[in-house]
Design a protein around this ligand. Structure first.
Ligand code: ATP
Ligand code: MG
Length: 271
């Protein structure tokens, strides 16, 4: 089911070839396959740390149906991405500022019904419109669980794909399905392990996934880049529940340092 890019997504490949206008904006889509691995928490925290480094960041909450970024940022945006999708507002108008320096949010809307026929081309337009603004250095697109058609479309239109996973076998099975899908398009996959205390464990598993890809003769030009690990801490979920960001509240914690190391690698790797 996952080893074919949807026909709509593949049509978008042509539509999303870089436009003539140069833009400084780099797009990273964060995905996982398996739900609940920590994508939204990770995305919110790295957006804060990137903003603190001086990068202008827009976070797009692309989790259809279960928008929760505004909760993590503790804001109540009046307009959401779906006002834009429905053609009522510009992308700029649906962008909200957060209380964190340099970080803006394009919020999602819980309960929104996605109909691909109506919206598939809109997804590539979101990216093009944000790029055209040329305000943001980096756009982080937080997708929901699963590799459904909607998530695939976002992966297709992003130059950079970051998979967050755990060492859980079902999460790794989903990462491999993602690798199969992306390898057809020769996209590189950046791989980060959450709930993983040891850097080397993530590295070893990333190498095993690559060996499996070689054994199964996935496209040899497809690359997986391991970008680091993030440990588990009860303080991560506690800060989220309190609508605060862990990296802001625990700036000197080992987890924040791990996130900083992930960002160092990420910045070297994105295009
Ligand atoms: N490193 C961590 N340590 C402890 N708890 C974590 C960590 N990362 C995430 N969590 C917790 O795991 C839960 C799920 O996280 P989150 O909502 O970010 O996952 P998700 O991948 O975005 O889920 P979904 O697939 O539903 O969008 C939250 O309660 C969050 O606080
Ligand atoms: Mg999420």
């Amino acid at each position: 089911m996952f080893n074919m890019i949807s026909s709509q997504a593949s049509k978008l490949i042509n539509l999303t070839k870089p436009t003539n206008k140069p833009s400084k904006t780099k797009i990273i889509t964060i995905t996982s396959g398996k739900g609940g691995v920590g994508k939204s928490t990770f995305t919110a925290n790295i957006s804060y740390l990137l903003g603190k480094r001086g990068f202008k960041i827009a976070v797009v909450d692309a989790d259809i149906g279960l928008a929760n970024m505004q909760v993590l940022f503790d804001i109540k945006p009046k307009l959401t991405l779906f006002y834009y999708i429905e053609g009522r507002n510009t992308i700029n108008e649906v962008t909200s500022s957060t209380s964190f320096n340099n970080v803006s949010l394009i919020a999602g809307k819980s309960g929104y019904q996605y109909t691909s026929i109506k919206n598939s081309l809109v997804l590539s337009r979101i990216i093009e419109d944000i790029k055209e603004l040329n305000i943001y250095d980096i756009v982080l697109i937080d997708t929901g669980a699963g590799l459904n058609e909607y998530v695939q479309e976002f992966l297709t239109v992003s130059s950079n794909v970051l998979a967050l996973t755990t060492t859980d076998p079902s999460a790794l099975t989903d990462v491999y399905a993602l690798m199969k899908m992306l390898s057809m398009d020769e996209k590189k996959l950046m791989l980060c392990f959450n709930h993983t205390r040891n850097y080397q464990i993530g590295e070893t598993i990333a190498n095993s996934l690559l060996n499996l890809a070689k054994k199964n003769r996935l496209n040899p030009n497809f690359m997986v880049k391991y970008i680091g690990n993030v440990s588990t801490s009860a303080n991560v979920s506690t800060t989220s529940r309190l609508r605060k960001l862990f990296a802001h509240e625990f700036a000197n914690d080992e987890i924040t340092k791990q996130l900083q190391r992930v960002i160092d690698t990420l910045l070297n790797d994105i295009k």
